[in-house]
Design a protein around this ligand. Structure first.
Ligand code: IPE
Ligand code: IPE
Ligand code: MG
Length: 239
C-alpha cells in the first residue's frame, strides 16, 4: 500500500513521561514540544503532505489551571519560535477547534500564523486546539440548521458532503493514518467524523519519545494494512 497522505497524531503521554523521570508534568509538556518539532520535519520527509496534531482538547479545560496555563504558554511559544522556520519550509499552518472560547492573544497568534502561511503548499500543519469532535459536529449542525431556518437550505437535501463542508476540516482530506502514543487505545473526541475509514496505530511510547524510528514503525504497520472502504480487496475483485 502507498504511504499515507494525511497523518494525524494524538500526542499523548507527556505527563507519564515526566512522572517516570521524577519530573513535574510541565517538563513533559516542554519535552513534548521538542518531539512535535521533530515530528513535523519527519512527517514532511516521509512524503505526507498533511499532518494534524491534537494539541489541546475541549475536555482538557478540566485540568488544573496551572497545567492549562503551561499548555497555553507552550502553544504561544511554539508559534512564536517556530513559525518563521515553518514558513521558510513552505508549511501552511491552520487551526481546527472552537475559536469562540479562546483567549484573544492566542487567537490573534493563530490567525496571524494562518494569514502568513496561507499561500504555502509544501506541507500542511493542522493544529487541533480547543478541539473536540462533538463540539465541531454540533457547531456544523447549528450552521446548517440556521441556513435551513433562514430558508436557504432544504433539510432533505443535506448530504454527508454538506456536513463535511460545515466542519472545521472543510477543505482538509480525511486522515489516512491516526497514530496515538502512550498506549491508550481511544480517540478522546478526536476527528470522530473524519476517522470513519482511517487506519489506527497505537504505540506504547510516550509522546516525548516519539522519534523518526517510531514514525517509521507506524508507517510500516500502515503499509501492511488492507484498506477496503467497504468494498472487496483490490486483488480479490479481480478473481
Ligand atoms: C498529552 O499528554 C498532552 C495533552 C493532553 C495536552 P498528557 O498530559 O495527557 O499526558 P498523560 O496522558 O497524563 O501522561
Ligand atoms: C487527548 O489526550 C488530548 C490530547 C492529546 C490533546 P488526553 O490525555 O486528554 O485523553 P484522555 O483523557 O486520556 O482520554
Ligand atoms: Mg493523556
Amino acid at each position: 500500500m502507498t504511504s499515507p497522505a494525511h497523518i494525524a497524531i494524538i500526542m499523548d503521554g507527556n505527563g507519564r513521561w515526566a512522572q517516570s523521570r521524577g519530573l513535574p508534568r510541565s517538563a513533559g509538556h516542554r519535552a513534548g514540544v521538542e518531539a512535535l518539532r521533530q515530528a513535523v520535519q519527519n512527517v514532511g520527509d516521509s512524503g505526507a503532505r498533511w499532518l494534524t496534531i491534537y494539541a489541546f482538547s475541549s475536555e482538557n479545560w478540566s485540568r488544573p489551571a496551572s497545567e492549562i496555563n503551561d499548555l497555553m504558554g507552550l502553544l504561544k511559544l511554539f508559534i512564536r519560535r517556530d513559525l518563521a522556520q515553518l514558513h521558510r519550509n513552505g508549511v501552511r499552518v491552520r487551526m481546527i477547534g472552537n475559536r469562540d472560547t479562546l483567549a484573544p492573544d492566542i487567537l490573534e497568534l493563530i490567525t496571524d500564523a494562518e494569514a502568513l502561511t496561507r499561500v504555502n503548499t509544501a506541507m500542511n500543519l493542522v493544529i487541533a486546539f480547543n478541539y473536540g469532535a462533538r463540539d465541531e459536529i454540533v457547531r456544523a449542525a447549528r450552521h446548517l440548521s440556521q441556513m435551513a431556518a433562514d430558508g436557504h437550505l432544504d433539510p432533505h437535501s443535506i448530504t454527508p458532503e454538506m456536513l463535511s463542508g460545515a466542519l472545521d476540516t472543510a477543505d482538509i482530506p480525511d486522515p489516512d493514518l491516526i497514530i496515538r502514543t502512550s498506549g491508550e487505545q481511544r480517540l478522546s473526541n478526536f476527528l470522530l467524523w473524519q476517522a470513519a475509514y482511517s487506519e489506527f496505530v497505537f504505540l506504547p511510547c510516550f509522546w516525548p519519545d516519539f522519534d523518526r524510528s517510531q514514525l517509521d514503525h507506524a508507517l510500516a504497520i500502515y503499509a501492511d494494512r488492507d484498506r477496503r472502504f467497504g468494498a472487496v480487496a483490490a486483488r480479490e475483485a479481480l478473481s
